[in-house]
Each structure stands twice: as C-alpha cells, then as structure tokens.
Design a protein. Structure first.
Length: 368
C-alpha cells in the first residue's frame, strides 16, 4: 500500500511530528511504501531524527500545486494529522483541502487533541472573569460555527475518523456527532535497565510552554509544597509562555524550579531516566506521548483530569495520580510522593510494568 502521512510542518517541535515519524517507520516495516508529506517547513532546528523516513516537502500550498502533487502521487491512503480544528493554527483544518485529496486517495483524519477543546474556552488565569466571559461568547458565536462547519464538510470526504483514546472517541461523538476508531499513538517501548533507587529527586514537565499546558497552575501548585528538601522541578521546553513563567517564578519567589530550553528527543529520554516524577497540568490532550515516555523511563505521573482523558495507560492511584484542577490537590499528591519514597518507588515500577504490558500486548493498533 502506498501511504502519505500529511503534517503541516515536520520540522516543528511537537508530539504530532514525533508520532508521524514513528508511524512512518512502523508502516514501512510492514511492507508499505510510506512518505511523510510536509505542507511547509517553517523551522530549521530539529529535535528528532527525520532522516530515517522519506520526507516530501510541498513547494507552495496553492490549490493548483497541491492538486498536481496528489494527482501525480496517487496514494492509496492519506493520513491527515490534524493537530487542531482551528484553521488559523493548523492549515490542514480545511475541508477544501480534504476535498482535493479525496479526488485521488482515501483519507484518514487523525484528531490529535480533545474534540471538546475545539468548542471550549479555557480560563488560563490571565483572562479575568470579564475577559473570560467575552472570550466564551466569541468562541460560541464565532469559532464554534466554523468548527462545526469544518466537520460537517469533512465527513463527506473522510473515509475514517481516528481518535487517540476512548475519552476522545466519546467527545467526538458527543460534541460533533461523529463516530471514530480509536488508534493509540505508536510508540517503540524501550526495555530500560533503570534502578529507581539511583534516580535523582527531579520532577519533570516536558512540552510546549503554551497556555493550554496550564503551567501557571503547575508552578503555583509546586509553590504550595512544603519540605521539598533537595527536590527540583524542571520545566523543559520552548514556547510563548516562557517569559511569563520566568517572571512568575521571580515575582512570587517560587523556589527549586529550573527552566530548560527544549532538548533533542534522546536527551529528553535521558532526563526522564534520571527523574522520578513526570507532571502534566494540561487543560486538554489526546494521548500524550510524553506520558508513555515518562512511564517507560520509570516515572510516576501526576496529571490533571484533562479533556480527552481516559485511563487506558495512566491508572489513578496505581501508576500515578489524576486530579481535578485544584492547585491544593495537585500539590498534595506531589507532597505525598516526595514524603513517601517507598510508595513512590512502587508506583514507578508499576508505571514501567503497565507501559510495557500495554505496548507489548497488542493494545496499540496502528495497522491500516
């Protein structure tokens, strides 16, 4: 089978790009002819190796250029990696593009995010009540009609919708009246010879420094923890919230925090192999690869119950903790792990075992 995996920009830093490379490698080993097709290239720095798969860069995104490309290639299937349904954020959120591709190929539309997120406005603590209310109105009467229009048109051209968790599958049906197939993000499990007793007292967040990651919440939760002793919170990544977070740390005197610029993927895994706890405070996710990586490297995970959440991998009170959006509750779970090293070690081992079992038992289905 000849397959294209279509992304906005393969050189961008993010889970969608990493997953696309892994998926391309996996499908190639199964005997398919696979190319990752990048709509454009905006960034020079690369955080993972893209030389291991075939990359097609489209020169120009005019309708004529795109039509010529897909007509010439005649892919049996095009997997469209939709990072968001907002066209101003993701150029693939365009039903006219889907219509063009559908002339020559079948389309799988993979939704990398919470379907509820597309029609929801989240209070990022910076809006204030009045501004947040106005943004909700704007979302309801401006964005939401566009999102519903996109999905209404898309279903005419898409052969199959793919969601990344059962939680997202439920949301797509509830908020957009669309059925989907759950396909978990492909991930190559690593048999790691890591001794939990030799790890350092490090808590790691890794990802974009952007509003949806809710890092103000994370920092204020961290501030509430007492008796941190020699523990440190490392926030690894780049993004629009970087200076805001730096100012918050300084102005509120939040101690034992380190802001680390984004690192290559191999180095990120090394950081997870040294740390004990991974944190995720997002408002919404789909099936975040960072959780898989952290559990694989024997990290306990403390996460918010984000939109799109389901417990296929992360099990509350077993492999980590899942809490509502309460700074106090989030802090309490971190405090418990810090003050109870034997319980922390047990959960670290359970996290690794659960990740291993999940990815070696066939639960992860990426076959087409």
């Amino acid at each position: 089978m000849k397959i294209a995996i279509l992304v906005p920009d393969i050189t961008n830093l993010g889970g969608v790009e990493q997953v696309s490379i892994t998926l391309a490698k996996r499908l190639t080993t199964e005997g398919n002819i696979v190319a990752v097709v990048s709509l454009k290239s905006l960034h020079e720095q690369r955080y993972f190796d893209i030389s291991v798969v075939k990359i097609e860069y489209l020169e120009g995104d005019s309708e004529e250029k795109l039509s010529e490309f897909f007509k010439a290639q005649k892919y049996d299937k095009v997997i469209v990696q939709l990072s968001t349904a907002f066209k101003n954020l993701c150029p693939l959120a365009d039903w006219k593009l889907l219509r063009l591709i559908a002339l020559y190929s079948k389309i799988e539309l993979v939704i990398h995010g919470s379907p509820k997120y597309f029609v929801t406005r989240y209070n990022t603590n910076a809006d204030g009540k009045t501004r947040f209310f106005l943004k909700r109105l704007y979302t309801k009467f401006h964005y939401n009609p566009q999102i519903h229009s996109f999905f209404r048109h898309a279903k005419k051209y898409v052969s199959q919708f793919i969601t990344l968790s059962k939680g997202c599958q439920k949301e797509l049906r509830q908020y957009h009246q669309l059925d989907s197939v759950v396909r978990y993000n492909p991930y190559d499990f690593l048999k790691a010879d890591i001794h939990t007793g030799q790890k350092k007292n490090i808590v790691v967040f890794a990802g974009r420094l952007s509003a949806e990651k809710n890092l103000v919440f994370l920092l204020r939760s961290w501030k509430k923890i007492q008796r941190k002793q020699d523990w440190i919170l490392q926030i690894v990544g780049n993004g629009s919230e970087s200076e805001k977070l730096r100012s918050l740390i300084q102005n509120e005197r939040i101690e034992a925090v380190s802001l680390v610029p984004a690192v290559p993927h191999d180095e990120l895994l090394e950081r997870f192999s040294e740390s004990k706890i991974c944190v995720l405070a997002s408002f919404f996710e789909a099936f975040p690869t960072v959780i898989c990586e952290a559990m694989n490297m024997k990290n306990t995970v403390v996460s918010t119950r984000y939109d799109g959440f389901s417990d296929e991998l992360l099990e509350n009170n077993e492999t980590g903790f899942v809490v509502d959006f309460s700074e106090q509750r989030f802090a309490e779970k971190l405090q418990f792990l810090i003050e109870n090293p034997s319980e922390l070690q047990k959960m670290q081992e359970k996290a690794y075992a659960r990740c291993k079992q999940f990815y070696e038992s066939g639960n992860e289905n990426v076959r087409l």
